[in-house]
Design a protein around this ligand. Structure first.
Ligand code: 9MR
Length: 406
Protein backbone atom coordinates (compact mmCIF):
# COMPACT_ATOMS: atom_id res chain seq x y z
CA UNK A 1 0.00 0.00 0.00
CA UNK A 2 1.38 3.35 -1.00
CA UNK A 3 1.26 5.88 1.74
CA UNK A 4 0.26 9.31 0.58
CA UNK A 5 1.72 12.26 2.33
CA UNK A 6 -0.27 15.41 2.01
CA UNK A 7 2.27 18.13 1.49
CA UNK A 8 0.11 21.15 0.89
CA UNK A 9 -2.64 22.49 2.99
CA UNK A 10 -6.14 22.85 1.69
CA UNK A 11 -6.92 26.36 0.70
CA UNK A 12 -9.74 27.98 2.56
CA UNK A 13 -13.09 26.63 1.53
CA UNK A 14 -15.90 29.11 1.37
CA UNK A 15 -19.16 27.63 2.47
CA UNK A 16 -22.45 29.15 1.44
CA UNK A 17 -23.41 31.47 4.22
CA UNK A 18 -25.98 34.08 4.89
CA UNK A 19 -24.13 37.30 4.19
CA UNK A 20 -26.77 39.79 5.11
CA UNK A 21 -30.00 39.97 6.96
CA UNK A 22 -30.47 43.60 6.07
CA UNK A 23 -33.70 44.99 4.75
CA UNK A 24 -33.80 47.38 1.80
CA UNK A 25 -33.52 50.61 3.76
CA UNK A 26 -30.86 49.19 6.03
CA UNK A 27 -28.88 48.09 2.99
CA UNK A 28 -29.43 51.46 1.29
CA UNK A 29 -28.17 53.37 4.30
CA UNK A 30 -25.20 51.01 4.60
CA UNK A 31 -24.45 51.75 0.94
CA UNK A 32 -24.46 55.49 1.58
CA UNK A 33 -27.97 56.45 0.47
CA UNK A 34 -30.23 58.46 2.72
CA UNK A 35 -33.16 56.08 2.29
CA UNK A 36 -34.96 53.32 0.44
CA UNK A 37 -38.66 54.07 0.38
CA UNK A 38 -42.08 53.46 -1.08
CA UNK A 39 -45.15 55.35 -2.11
CA UNK A 40 -48.41 54.55 -0.43
CA UNK A 41 -51.98 55.79 -0.68
CA UNK A 42 -54.78 56.39 1.78
CA UNK A 43 -57.28 53.73 0.61
CA UNK A 44 -54.69 50.99 1.25
CA UNK A 45 -54.25 51.87 4.88
CA UNK A 46 -57.21 49.74 5.98
CA UNK A 47 -55.31 46.63 4.82
CA UNK A 48 -53.59 45.50 7.99
CA UNK A 49 -51.03 43.08 6.50
CA UNK A 50 -50.18 45.79 3.98
CA UNK A 51 -49.70 48.41 6.68
CA UNK A 52 -47.63 46.04 8.78
CA UNK A 53 -45.05 45.80 6.00
CA UNK A 54 -45.36 49.52 5.15
CA UNK A 55 -44.31 50.16 8.73
CA UNK A 56 -41.31 47.85 8.41
CA UNK A 57 -38.49 50.33 8.68
CA UNK A 58 -35.88 47.71 7.85
CA UNK A 59 -37.21 47.92 4.29
CA UNK A 60 -38.73 51.39 4.11
CA UNK A 61 -37.05 54.45 5.52
CA UNK A 62 -39.11 56.84 3.46
CA UNK A 63 -42.73 57.28 2.38
CA UNK A 64 -44.29 59.25 -0.48
CA UNK A 65 -48.03 59.98 -0.51
CA UNK A 66 -49.18 58.70 -3.91
CA UNK A 67 -52.11 61.08 -4.27
CA UNK A 68 -53.10 62.93 -1.15
CA UNK A 69 -50.83 65.96 -1.43
CA UNK A 70 -51.78 66.70 -5.02
CA UNK A 71 -53.62 69.85 -5.97
CA UNK A 72 -57.04 68.20 -6.41
CA UNK A 73 -56.73 66.74 -2.90
CA UNK A 74 -55.31 69.78 -1.14
CA UNK A 75 -57.16 72.70 -2.79
CA UNK A 76 -60.28 71.26 -4.39
CA UNK A 77 -61.87 74.69 -4.65
CA UNK A 78 -60.00 77.94 -4.78
CA UNK A 79 -58.76 79.03 -1.39
CA UNK A 80 -60.29 76.02 0.41
CA UNK A 81 -57.58 73.67 1.58
CA UNK A 82 -57.82 70.13 2.87
CA UNK A 83 -54.91 68.34 4.46
CA UNK A 84 -56.73 65.50 6.17
CA UNK A 85 -55.61 62.72 3.85
CA UNK A 86 -52.11 64.01 3.37
CA UNK A 87 -51.71 64.37 7.11
CA UNK A 88 -52.63 60.71 7.62
CA UNK A 89 -49.61 59.67 5.59
CA UNK A 90 -47.33 62.33 7.02
CA UNK A 91 -48.31 61.20 10.52
CA UNK A 92 -47.76 57.54 9.65
CA UNK A 93 -44.27 58.26 8.33
CA UNK A 94 -43.45 60.40 11.31
CA UNK A 95 -44.70 57.80 13.79
CA UNK A 96 -42.45 55.24 12.10
CA UNK A 97 -39.46 57.57 11.90
CA UNK A 98 -39.57 57.42 8.09
CA UNK A 99 -38.62 60.35 5.89
CA UNK A 100 -41.43 61.99 3.96
CA UNK A 101 -41.03 62.86 0.26
CA UNK A 102 -43.78 65.31 -0.45
CA UNK A 103 -45.50 65.04 -3.82
CA UNK A 104 -46.43 67.23 -5.74
CA UNK A 105 -47.16 70.95 -6.09
CA UNK A 106 -47.41 71.93 -9.78
CA UNK A 107 -48.43 69.26 -12.25
CA UNK A 108 -50.71 69.21 -15.29
CA UNK A 109 -52.62 66.19 -13.95
CA UNK A 110 -54.98 65.84 -11.00
CA UNK A 111 -55.78 69.51 -11.09
CA UNK A 112 -59.22 70.61 -9.93
CA UNK A 113 -61.45 72.05 -12.62
CA UNK A 114 -61.28 75.52 -11.12
CA UNK A 115 -57.63 75.55 -12.23
CA UNK A 116 -57.95 73.85 -15.61
CA UNK A 117 -61.15 75.61 -16.62
CA UNK A 118 -60.53 78.95 -14.96
CA UNK A 119 -60.21 82.20 -16.84
CA UNK A 120 -56.71 83.32 -16.10
CA UNK A 121 -54.35 86.11 -16.80
CA UNK A 122 -50.63 85.79 -16.29
CA UNK A 123 -50.93 87.67 -13.00
CA UNK A 124 -53.97 85.85 -11.61
CA UNK A 125 -52.61 82.39 -12.35
CA UNK A 126 -49.23 83.25 -10.83
CA UNK A 127 -51.04 84.46 -7.74
CA UNK A 128 -53.18 81.30 -7.52
CA UNK A 129 -50.16 79.07 -8.02
CA UNK A 130 -48.11 80.94 -5.45
CA UNK A 131 -50.96 80.81 -2.96
CA UNK A 132 -51.33 77.07 -3.48
CA UNK A 133 -47.63 76.42 -3.02
CA UNK A 134 -47.25 78.74 -0.06
CA UNK A 135 -50.22 77.27 1.78
CA UNK A 136 -49.42 73.62 1.16
CA UNK A 137 -45.69 73.89 1.80
CA UNK A 138 -46.28 75.96 4.93
CA UNK A 139 -48.70 73.35 6.23
CA UNK A 140 -46.04 70.64 5.94
CA UNK A 141 -43.15 72.91 6.89
CA UNK A 142 -40.33 71.01 8.56
CA UNK A 143 -41.81 67.61 7.73
CA UNK A 144 -40.80 67.11 4.10
CA UNK A 145 -37.30 65.92 3.34
CA UNK A 146 -38.08 66.64 -0.32
CA UNK A 147 -40.82 68.40 -2.21
CA UNK A 148 -41.54 67.54 -5.85
CA UNK A 149 -42.21 71.15 -6.76
CA UNK A 150 -42.80 70.77 -10.48
CA UNK A 151 -43.76 67.42 -11.96
CA UNK A 152 -43.62 66.27 -15.59
CA UNK A 153 -43.22 69.66 -17.27
CA UNK A 154 -41.75 68.03 -20.37
CA UNK A 155 -42.99 66.00 -23.30
CA UNK A 156 -40.94 62.97 -24.28
CA UNK A 157 -39.36 64.92 -27.15
CA UNK A 158 -38.01 67.43 -24.66
CA UNK A 159 -40.38 70.27 -25.50
CA UNK A 160 -42.45 71.83 -22.76
CA UNK A 161 -45.71 70.07 -22.07
CA UNK A 162 -48.72 72.19 -22.85
CA UNK A 163 -50.58 72.85 -19.65
CA UNK A 164 -52.47 75.71 -18.09
CA UNK A 165 -49.34 77.03 -16.40
CA UNK A 166 -47.14 76.95 -19.47
CA UNK A 167 -49.72 78.38 -21.82
CA UNK A 168 -50.62 81.20 -19.41
CA UNK A 169 -47.31 82.02 -17.74
CA UNK A 170 -44.68 80.50 -20.01
CA UNK A 171 -41.62 78.68 -18.69
CA UNK A 172 -41.34 81.26 -15.92
CA UNK A 173 -43.92 79.27 -13.98
CA UNK A 174 -41.16 76.84 -13.10
CA UNK A 175 -38.70 79.17 -11.33
CA UNK A 176 -41.66 81.01 -9.79
CA UNK A 177 -42.88 77.73 -8.29
CA UNK A 178 -39.47 76.89 -6.87
CA UNK A 179 -39.10 80.37 -5.39
CA UNK A 180 -42.48 80.13 -3.66
CA UNK A 181 -41.68 76.69 -2.23
CA UNK A 182 -38.27 77.80 -0.95
CA UNK A 183 -39.79 80.81 0.77
CA UNK A 184 -42.39 78.65 2.53
CA UNK A 185 -40.00 75.95 3.78
CA UNK A 186 -36.31 76.77 3.44
CA UNK A 187 -35.31 73.39 4.86
CA UNK A 188 -37.10 71.15 2.34
CA UNK A 189 -35.03 69.98 -0.62
CA UNK A 190 -36.82 71.08 -3.78
CA UNK A 191 -37.01 68.70 -6.74
CA UNK A 192 -38.00 68.71 -10.38
CA UNK A 193 -39.52 65.26 -11.05
CA UNK A 194 -40.11 63.48 -14.37
CA UNK A 195 -40.08 60.14 -16.20
CA UNK A 196 -38.04 58.86 -19.15
CA UNK A 197 -35.04 60.95 -18.13
CA UNK A 198 -33.10 57.74 -17.56
CA UNK A 199 -32.23 57.24 -21.22
CA UNK A 200 -30.20 60.42 -21.36
CA UNK A 201 -32.11 61.60 -24.39
CA UNK A 202 -33.33 65.03 -25.42
CA UNK A 203 -35.78 64.95 -22.55
CA UNK A 204 -32.92 64.61 -20.08
CA UNK A 205 -31.17 67.55 -21.74
CA UNK A 206 -34.34 69.61 -21.34
CA UNK A 207 -34.55 68.63 -17.67
CA UNK A 208 -30.99 69.82 -17.19
CA UNK A 209 -32.05 73.06 -18.88
CA UNK A 210 -34.85 73.36 -16.32
CA UNK A 211 -32.30 73.02 -13.52
CA UNK A 212 -30.24 75.77 -15.10
CA UNK A 213 -33.31 77.92 -15.70
CA UNK A 214 -34.19 77.80 -12.02
CA UNK A 215 -30.59 78.36 -10.97
CA UNK A 216 -30.22 81.31 -13.34
CA UNK A 217 -33.37 82.87 -11.91
CA UNK A 218 -31.77 82.91 -8.46
CA UNK A 219 -34.32 80.47 -7.07
CA UNK A 220 -33.30 77.29 -5.29
CA UNK A 221 -33.45 73.84 -6.84
CA UNK A 222 -31.90 70.99 -4.90
CA UNK A 223 -32.60 67.89 -6.92
CA UNK A 224 -34.03 66.04 -9.88
CA UNK A 225 -36.28 63.05 -9.40
CA UNK A 226 -35.99 60.20 -11.88
CA UNK A 227 -39.37 58.52 -11.67
CA UNK A 228 -38.06 55.23 -13.02
CA UNK A 229 -41.17 53.76 -14.67
CA UNK A 230 -40.03 50.98 -17.01
CA UNK A 231 -41.10 48.01 -19.08
CA UNK A 232 -39.08 44.95 -18.10
CA UNK A 233 -35.97 44.58 -20.24
CA UNK A 234 -35.82 48.24 -21.26
CA UNK A 235 -33.80 49.51 -18.33
CA UNK A 236 -30.48 50.93 -19.57
CA UNK A 237 -27.27 49.39 -18.34
CA UNK A 238 -26.07 50.45 -14.93
CA UNK A 239 -23.09 52.23 -16.52
CA UNK A 240 -25.38 54.20 -18.78
CA UNK A 241 -27.69 55.11 -15.89
CA UNK A 242 -24.68 56.27 -13.89
CA UNK A 243 -23.56 58.58 -16.63
CA UNK A 244 -27.03 60.13 -16.96
CA UNK A 245 -27.32 60.65 -13.21
CA UNK A 246 -23.88 62.24 -13.18
CA UNK A 247 -24.86 64.63 -15.96
CA UNK A 248 -27.32 66.06 -13.43
CA UNK A 249 -25.15 65.99 -10.32
CA UNK A 250 -22.56 67.89 -12.38
CA UNK A 251 -25.00 70.81 -12.23
CA UNK A 252 -24.80 70.82 -8.45
CA UNK A 253 -28.12 69.10 -7.72
CA UNK A 254 -28.95 65.83 -6.02
CA UNK A 255 -30.73 63.03 -7.84
CA UNK A 256 -33.06 60.30 -6.62
CA UNK A 257 -35.21 57.58 -8.11
CA UNK A 258 -38.66 58.60 -7.00
CA UNK A 259 -41.33 56.25 -8.45
CA UNK A 260 -39.58 53.11 -9.64
CA UNK A 261 -41.45 50.16 -11.06
CA UNK A 262 -40.73 47.66 -13.84
CA UNK A 263 -43.87 46.38 -15.48
CA UNK A 264 -44.21 42.99 -17.12
CA UNK A 265 -46.52 41.72 -19.83
CA UNK A 266 -48.77 39.25 -18.02
CA UNK A 267 -48.59 36.46 -17.27
CA UNK A 268 -45.12 36.64 -15.82
CA UNK A 269 -42.60 33.89 -16.44
CA UNK A 270 -39.50 32.89 -14.55
CA UNK A 271 -37.52 34.64 -17.29
CA UNK A 272 -39.35 37.97 -17.05
CA UNK A 273 -39.20 37.91 -13.27
CA UNK A 274 -35.47 37.28 -13.40
CA UNK A 275 -35.08 40.11 -15.91
CA UNK A 276 -37.09 42.38 -13.62
CA UNK A 277 -34.74 41.50 -10.81
CA UNK A 278 -31.73 42.47 -12.95
CA UNK A 279 -33.47 45.68 -13.97
CA UNK A 280 -34.10 46.73 -10.38
CA UNK A 281 -30.53 45.78 -9.54
CA UNK A 282 -29.15 48.07 -12.26
CA UNK A 283 -31.42 50.93 -11.22
CA UNK A 284 -30.58 50.90 -7.55
CA UNK A 285 -26.96 50.04 -8.30
CA UNK A 286 -26.63 53.17 -10.39
CA UNK A 287 -27.85 55.25 -7.47
CA UNK A 288 -25.33 53.64 -5.14
CA UNK A 289 -22.58 54.36 -7.66
CA UNK A 290 -23.30 58.09 -7.93
CA UNK A 291 -22.32 60.61 -5.29
CA UNK A 292 -25.35 62.82 -4.95
CA UNK A 293 -27.92 60.08 -5.59
CA UNK A 294 -29.67 60.22 -2.27
CA UNK A 295 -32.46 57.69 -2.35
CA UNK A 296 -34.59 55.16 -4.14
CA UNK A 297 -38.38 55.01 -3.95
CA UNK A 298 -40.66 52.38 -5.47
CA UNK A 299 -44.16 53.40 -6.54
CA UNK A 300 -45.83 51.32 -3.87
CA UNK A 301 -44.27 48.03 -2.88
CA UNK A 302 -46.85 45.34 -3.72
CA UNK A 303 -48.50 44.51 -7.04
CA UNK A 304 -51.76 44.56 -5.12
CA UNK A 305 -51.74 48.37 -5.19
CA UNK A 306 -49.72 49.22 -8.27
CA UNK A 307 -51.04 51.87 -10.67
CA UNK A 308 -49.77 49.81 -13.63
CA UNK A 309 -52.59 47.34 -14.46
CA UNK A 310 -55.23 50.03 -14.69
CA UNK A 311 -53.04 52.19 -16.92
CA UNK A 312 -51.20 49.75 -19.21
CA UNK A 313 -53.50 47.06 -20.55
CA UNK A 314 -52.04 43.60 -20.14
CA UNK A 315 -49.16 44.73 -17.92
CA UNK A 316 -48.62 44.35 -14.21
CA UNK A 317 -46.38 42.69 -11.64
CA UNK A 318 -44.22 45.81 -11.59
CA UNK A 319 -43.14 45.80 -7.96
CA UNK A 320 -40.87 43.69 -5.73
CA UNK A 321 -43.72 42.04 -3.83
CA UNK A 322 -46.55 40.19 -5.54
CA UNK A 323 -50.29 40.64 -4.97
CA UNK A 324 -50.14 38.27 -2.01
CA UNK A 325 -47.43 40.39 -0.41
CA UNK A 326 -44.81 37.72 -1.16
CA UNK A 327 -41.35 38.85 -2.15
CA UNK A 328 -40.37 38.32 -5.79
CA UNK A 329 -36.89 37.90 -7.27
CA UNK A 330 -36.84 41.68 -7.70
CA UNK A 331 -36.45 42.03 -3.96
CA UNK A 332 -33.19 40.12 -4.14
CA UNK A 333 -32.14 42.15 -7.16
CA UNK A 334 -32.58 45.32 -5.14
CA UNK A 335 -30.55 43.90 -2.28
CA UNK A 336 -27.83 42.85 -4.67
CA UNK A 337 -27.79 46.31 -6.23
CA UNK A 338 -27.48 47.75 -2.77
CA UNK A 339 -24.53 45.47 -2.17
CA UNK A 340 -26.18 43.65 0.69
CA UNK A 341 -27.11 40.15 -0.07
CA UNK A 342 -25.00 38.18 -2.41
CA UNK A 343 -21.54 36.87 -2.06
CA UNK A 344 -19.91 35.12 -4.96
CA UNK A 345 -16.86 33.24 -3.88
CA UNK A 346 -14.45 31.39 -6.07
CA UNK A 347 -12.30 29.07 -4.05
CA UNK A 348 -9.39 27.02 -5.26
CA UNK A 349 -8.99 23.88 -3.25
CA UNK A 350 -5.55 22.45 -3.75
CA UNK A 351 -4.08 19.28 -2.43
CA UNK A 352 -0.71 17.85 -3.29
CA UNK A 353 0.21 14.28 -2.67
CA UNK A 354 3.63 12.78 -2.73
CA UNK A 355 3.94 9.15 -3.61
CA UNK A 356 7.14 7.49 -4.58
CA UNK A 357 8.86 10.82 -4.84
CA UNK A 358 6.34 12.17 -7.40
CA UNK A 359 4.26 15.13 -6.43
CA UNK A 360 0.78 15.32 -7.88
CA UNK A 361 -1.18 18.48 -7.45
CA UNK A 362 -4.90 18.58 -8.01
CA UNK A 363 -6.89 21.78 -8.00
CA UNK A 364 -10.64 21.98 -7.84
CA UNK A 365 -12.40 25.27 -8.30
CA UNK A 366 -15.75 25.72 -6.70
CA UNK A 367 -17.85 28.75 -7.35
CA UNK A 368 -20.46 29.25 -4.74
CA UNK A 369 -23.08 31.91 -4.96
CA UNK A 370 -25.12 32.49 -1.91
CA UNK A 371 -28.03 34.73 -1.44
CA UNK A 372 -29.57 36.10 1.70
CA UNK A 373 -30.81 33.24 3.73
CA UNK A 374 -34.40 34.09 4.21
CA UNK A 375 -35.73 35.69 1.08
CA UNK A 376 -33.51 34.33 -1.61
CA UNK A 377 -34.61 31.79 -4.11
CA UNK A 378 -32.98 28.49 -3.43
CA UNK A 379 -33.95 26.54 -6.50
CA UNK A 380 -36.34 26.43 -9.41
CA UNK A 381 -36.22 27.50 -13.00
CA UNK A 382 -34.91 30.83 -14.07
CA UNK A 383 -32.64 31.23 -11.11
CA UNK A 384 -29.01 30.36 -11.26
CA UNK A 385 -28.10 31.74 -7.88
CA UNK A 386 -28.34 30.07 -4.54
CA UNK A 387 -28.98 26.40 -4.29
CA UNK A 388 -28.19 26.01 -0.63
CA UNK A 389 -30.04 27.53 2.25
CA UNK A 390 -28.15 28.81 5.22
CA UNK A 391 -28.29 26.85 8.43
CA UNK A 392 -31.72 26.86 9.97
CA UNK A 393 -33.59 27.42 6.70
CA UNK A 394 -35.30 24.95 4.39
CA UNK A 395 -35.81 25.44 0.68
CA UNK A 396 -39.55 25.80 0.25
CA UNK A 397 -41.58 26.54 -2.85
CA UNK A 398 -43.79 29.56 -2.28
CA UNK A 399 -45.43 29.01 -5.64
CA UNK A 400 -44.62 27.22 -8.89
CA UNK A 401 -41.66 29.40 -9.81
CA UNK A 402 -40.45 30.90 -6.62
CA UNK A 403 -38.75 29.25 -3.71
CA UNK A 404 -37.47 30.75 -0.54
CA UNK A 405 -35.30 29.58 2.31
CA UNK A 406 -37.91 29.59 5.02
O1 9MR B 1 -50.17 56.52 -8.28
C1 9MR B 1 -50.98 57.57 -8.77
C2 9MR B 1 -52.33 57.01 -9.18
O2 9MR B 1 -53.02 56.49 -8.08
C3 9MR B 1 -53.13 58.10 -9.84
O3 9MR B 1 -54.35 57.55 -10.34
C4 9MR B 1 -52.33 58.70 -10.96
C5 9MR B 1 -53.11 59.80 -11.64
O4 9MR B 1 -52.37 60.43 -12.59
O5 9MR B 1 -51.12 59.22 -10.45
C6 9MR B 1 -50.31 58.22 -9.95
O6 9MR B 1 -49.05 58.71 -9.57
C7 9MR B 1 -48.27 59.32 -10.61
C8 9MR B 1 -47.36 60.32 -9.97
O7 9MR B 1 -48.09 61.21 -9.18
C9 9MR B 1 -46.55 61.07 -11.00
N1 9MR B 1 -45.86 60.18 -11.90
C10 9MR B 1 -46.64 59.11 -12.46
C11 9MR B 1 -47.38 58.35 -11.37
C12 9MR B 1 -48.11 57.16 -11.94
O8 9MR B 1 -49.12 57.59 -12.78
Amino acid sequence: MIKLAVTAALAAIALPTCISALGLDQAAVAAGLTYFGTATDNPELTDIPYVTQLNNTADFGQITPGNSQKWDATEPSQGTFSFTEGDVIADLAEANGQYLRCHTLVWYNQLPSWVTSGTWTNATLIAAMQNHITTVVSHYKGRCLHWDVVNEALNDDGTYRTNIFYTTIGEAYIPLAFAAAAAADPSAKLFYNDYNLEYGSTKAASARAIVQLVQASGAKIDGVGFQGHFVVGTVPSQASLVSVLQSFTALGVEVAYTEADVRILLPTTATTLAQQSSDFQALVGSCVAVDGCVGFTIWDWTDKYSWVPSTFTGYGAALPWDEDLVKKPAYDGLLVGLGASVSTTTTATTASSTASGVTVTATATATTTTTAAHWGQCGGSGWTGATVCASGYTCTYVNAWYSQCL
